[in-house]
Design a protein around this ligand. Structure first.
Ligand code: UT7
Length: 331
């Protein structure tokens, strides 16, 4: 019997309507379009303005987009993985709420938190369940309302992040397409350099933590940048070596959209032509768990059955890695 592989068979996405441009940010903090564009590649990002809507809203919209496009009966979904760093609530599972709202009433579901690598790790989890033969339809949703944890007076973080959601359906494949290999890593050294200090069990929220702005995400950008460049490039080249593929064999790099310079450095190490590097950071900024599925959705029409895709990400924790996947359909 041939091995069951796990392929992506449908994608969906959603970004909110409100566009926060570099010029608007320049009226809020001491920055300018030229600095943001040259240092990050970002021109604008989307923000979910509705005060009564959390990350689940973005995830539900993305999942509904997939369900409609694929004409999928949500009752057939076995499992929903909700990859996010900004759950609606700290305790009640966002995944459970989202699964119910999209009509996945026969699914079990859970949240998966690995900062910017949440979706990549979710891909690995989904594929493992499929390869094991336990489930047939696993929906991975990556969504983040980053604007809910951003200090819009801090120019070192507010220029980077945006809100969005994306989704991918994993199903068994008998042609050997889908996930081929993965190289996933973590290093707790990263906790110092990218975090929300208060609001968790270590430092519960108080008047003092609010006054200090410790409920916002903070990062030591330079240090994170250094680790991101070396680890994302290492993981991507390692997976190529292990699978005996060169830059010529790779059709697309789908990398976490944190900074255009990090993505370019990774592509250089992989010996990859620029036109194989999928990019939408200029329009959305860093949407954390949503960057990879947003790329899949934006470029879905260009992806062809059998294409070799290298996924790569790096995020808080630190968490990072790379996945080699063969695309399974023409749209
Ligand atoms: O997705 C999770 C992982 N996160 C990342 O991968 C983020 C990684 N880090 C980065 O992308 C970059 O470090 C940043 C985009 C955050 C910053 O770029 P940088 O080239 O590392 O700038 P820097 O922090 O070294 O700052 C250079 C200068 C500083 O001024 P001085 O000290 O040289 O006078 C900053 O104060 O730029 C200043 N600066 C700004 N100027 C205008 C910092 N932020 C801004 C700003 N506008 N928004």
């Amino acid at each position: 019997m041939s091995k069951i592989t796990a392929a992506i068979t449908a994608v969906g996405a959603y970004v909110p309507d409100y566009v926060l441009t570099n010029d608007i940010l320049a009226t809020m903090v001491d920055t300018n379009d030229e600095w943001i564009t040259t240092r990050t590649g970002i021109k604008e990002r989307r923000i979910l303005k509705d005060k009564d809507k959390g990350t689940s809203f973005l995830g539900i919209k993305a999942a509904e987009d997939l369900i409609t496009k694929r004409n999928l009966d949500p009752e057939e979904i076995d499992m929903v993985i909700f990859a996010t760093a900004t759950p609606d609530l700290l305790v009640a599972s966002t995944a459970a709420y989202v699964a119910s709202k999209i009509g996945a009433v026969n699914a079990f579901s859970y949240d998966l938190q690995a900062a910017c690598s949440s979706f990549l790790y979710g891909m690995s989890t989904a594929a493992s369940y499929i390869e094991a033969g336990r489930y047939k339809k696993v929906l991975v949703i990556g969504a983040d309302k980053m604007s809910s944890i951003i200090d819009y007076t801090d120019r070192t973080t507010c220029i980077i992040f945006g809100d969005g959601g994306g989704a991918a359906l994993f199903e068994p494949n008998n042609e050997g397409l889908g996930l081929q290999d993965e190289y996933l890593r973590t290093d707790g050294i990263g906790r110092e350099f990218l975090k929300i200090e208060a609001g968790g069990s270590l430092l519960p929220p108080s008047e003092e933590t609010i006054a200090n702005g410790q409920h916002f995400v903070r990062q030591d950008g330079k240090t994170v940048f250094k680790y991101a460049v070396s680890n994302m490039a290492d993981a991507s080249t390692k997976i190529m070596e292990r699978n005996n593929i060169s830059g010529d064999d790779v059709d697309w790099l789908i990398a976490h959209q944190a900074n255009k310079r990090i993505i370019s450095a990774t592509a250089n190490r992989m010996n990859l032509d620029e036109n194989k590097v999928l990019m939408n950071i200029q329009r959305y900024g860093n949407t954390t768990s949503a960057t990879l599925p947003l790329l899949l959705s934006d470029y879905e029409k260009q992806l062809k059955k059998g294409d070799n895709i290298v996924f790569a990400s790096f995020g808080g924790g630190f968490t990072w890695g790379s996945i080699f996947l063969k695309w399974a359909y023409n749209s």
